[in-house]
Design a protein. Structure first.
Length: 83
């Protein structure tokens, strides 16, 4: 079985909620991602992270992604080639 080299968390928040609630949701996601990486045996400091926010109707969808190993290398190469 291949080892995972990325993880993603998605949460949905009503767009009309206060910014402080959205910020709290993002901080919780960062915490949960760190805990998940530790559970997988990945040092959270060795990963790189990216946020994506999508607006779907009256909701904001936050996706927090972590990349390490091969996925991290591939993402960095893609980002470098786009510059």
């Amino acid at each position: 079985m291949a080892k995972h080299t990325q993880a993603h968390l998605t949460r949905t928040v009503e767009s009309n909620k206060p910014a402080v609630m959205k910020d709290m949701t993002k901080r919780q996601m960062e915490y949960y991602m760190g805990a998940k990486l530790l559970e997988l045996g990945v040092n959270p400091k060795s990963a790189i992270y990216r946020w994506v926010t999508e607006v779907k109707g009256t909701r904001d969808v936050f996706t927090y992604s972590a990349y390490w190993g091969d996925s991290k290398d591939q993402l960095l190469q893609q980002e470098q080639s786009q510059r």
